[in-house]
Design a protein around this ligand. Structure first.
Ligand SMILES: *Cc1c(COP(=O)(O)O)cnc(C)c1O
Length: 421
């Protein structure tokens, strides 16, 4: 039996209607920006495997650090014990994050990082004797698939079976120059009519919402309203973190800093899952008390596991290297040049870019997971390019180590698609 046949016996894949799409493609090896299937055919990983493997797959420098960690200390309970990799990672992250961030809390993935952020915000108010129960979020945002994170996600077309169990979330549109005054009024009204605990948002780019981008200055106005009313601001940087927007964190494009920041994905460079929720000192202080009841009772068995910390440390070292920083600038420039050529194409409705994130909308109507989307996907795969179109949006979010030649192959495949459509 082939790997593909064996896969079908017992595996249940995420986001997959197995009756329509029974075949998963076995990938046997990955290196740098390339994935290899069983026949040895290579695919350029144009989305860094969901924006995780930003320094390239199987990076030898990360492998060396992990190997070393594995032979020294594998795992310990992070309640009562501590260890050097976690301590060092907290120091490195705090140095990298916006100035107001002071404490680091570990969990397992992006959804749990947001779950922690939401629980932190709720308990922050609770501990101060101010019970607040409503969370504000953007329409069409995405924060993950656990219950709290899913409730905050506006992209809930596929959440039908669960909606009765959601926490209380009120939504506002992402701001534009045209709607900003209305959105500000909406936010003000929500804050006066509800007991609002927190506002959770993806700063500047909504990844799952087809890389929708919006203006930082407008977001800033919303954050200021929140902060004037004691509403905790939570920046979900799970997608945007670690260099993708051209700064280490998207929040750095703004002057108003969030109270809480959630991270995952590129944090552990595609090697192992890990989530981090950072917060300002005053959030942490609200949990200090002589009674245990005000402590934060949220734990995962693998919280702060040393191996994931070692990966994250190796990743941060790479992020700060001259080589990666130069690569980021090269990709930004390269996308800009491609954009000047492609944006005139009659089948391109609009294009947008922030840092190494580039997206274009096709001027045709398509369902998010419709047949046309799969045809386009196959077009790229046949040419050895892994892109994952979101409906009519084609986006590139390549690993920083992608070569100029590999990037050109992606651009050429997009141009060829436009000419064929
Ligand atoms: C991917 C993502 C999440 C969820 O992270 P998981 O690790 O898949 O649970 C949350 N927020 C944003 C912005 C994301 O891109």
């Amino acid at each position: 039996m082939t790997l593909q046949e064996r896969d079908k016996k017992h595996l249940w894949h995420p986001l997959t209607q197995h009756q329509l799409h029974p075949d998963a493609l076995p990938i046997v090896r990955a290196e740098g920006a390339l994935l290899y299937d069983e026949q040895g055919k290579s695919y350029i990983d144009g989305i860094a495997s969901w924006y995780t493997a930003m320094y390239g797959h199987c990076h030898p420098q990360i492998i060396a650090k992990v190997q070393q960690q594995m032979t020294t200390l594998d795992h310990i309970v992070f309640s009562g014990f501590t260890h050097a990799p976690a301590i060092e990672l907290s120091e490195q992250l705090i140095a990298l994050l916006p100035d107001n961030q002071d404490k680091i809390f570990f969990s397992d993935n992006g959804s749990t990082a947001n779950e922690v952020a939401i629980k932190m915000a709720l308990q922050y108010h609770f501990n101060r004797g101010d019970q607040r129960t409503t969370i504000i979020a953007f329409e069409d945002g995405f924060h993950g698939d656990t219950f709290g994170a899913m409730s905050a996600s506006g992209l809930s077309v596929y959440n039908g079976p669960f909606e009765d169990f959601f926490i209380d979330v009120q939504r506002i549109p992402t701001p534009t120059t045209a709607n900003i005054e209305t959105v500000k009024e909406q936010l003000q009204t929500l804050i006066t009519t509800h007991r609002v605990a927190a506002f959770i948002y993806e700063p500047l780019v909504q990844g799952a919402n087809a890389m929708h981008m919006f203006d930082g200055g407008l977001l800033e106005q919303l954050l200021q309203i929140c902060q004037a009313h004691g509403v905790i601001t939570i920046a979900d940087e799970v997608m945007t973190g670690f260099g993708k927007t051209g700064k280490h964190f998207a929040s750095e494009h703004l002057e108003t800093q969030p109270d809480i920041i959630s991270m995952s994905k590129a944090l552990t460079a595609g090697f192992v899952p890990m989530g981090v929720t950072s917060c300002a000192g005053y959030i942490y202080d609200a949990f200090l008390d002589n009674s245990i009841g005000k402590a934060f009772f949220h734990a995962h068995t693998y919280s702060g596991t040393p191996i994931a910390c070692a990966v994250a440390l190796a990743g941060i070292e790479l992020l700060q290297s001259d080589a990666i920083q130069l690569n980021i600038q090269r990709i930004i420039h390269s996308h800009q040049q491609f954009d000047t050529k492609v944006r005139q194409h009659p089948l391109v409705k609009s294009t947008r870019q922030l840092g190494v994130i580039y997206a274009l909308d096709l001027a045709i109507d398509m369902d998010r997971y419709g047949n046309k989307r799969y045809e386009i996907f196959d077009h790229f795969m046949r040419q050895g390019i892994y892109l994952r179109p979101l409906g009519k949006t084609i986006y590139i979010l390549p690993p920083y180590v992608i070569t100029a030649q590999q990037l050109t192959l992606i651009y050429d495949a997009i141009t060829a698609l436009l000419d064929q459509l």
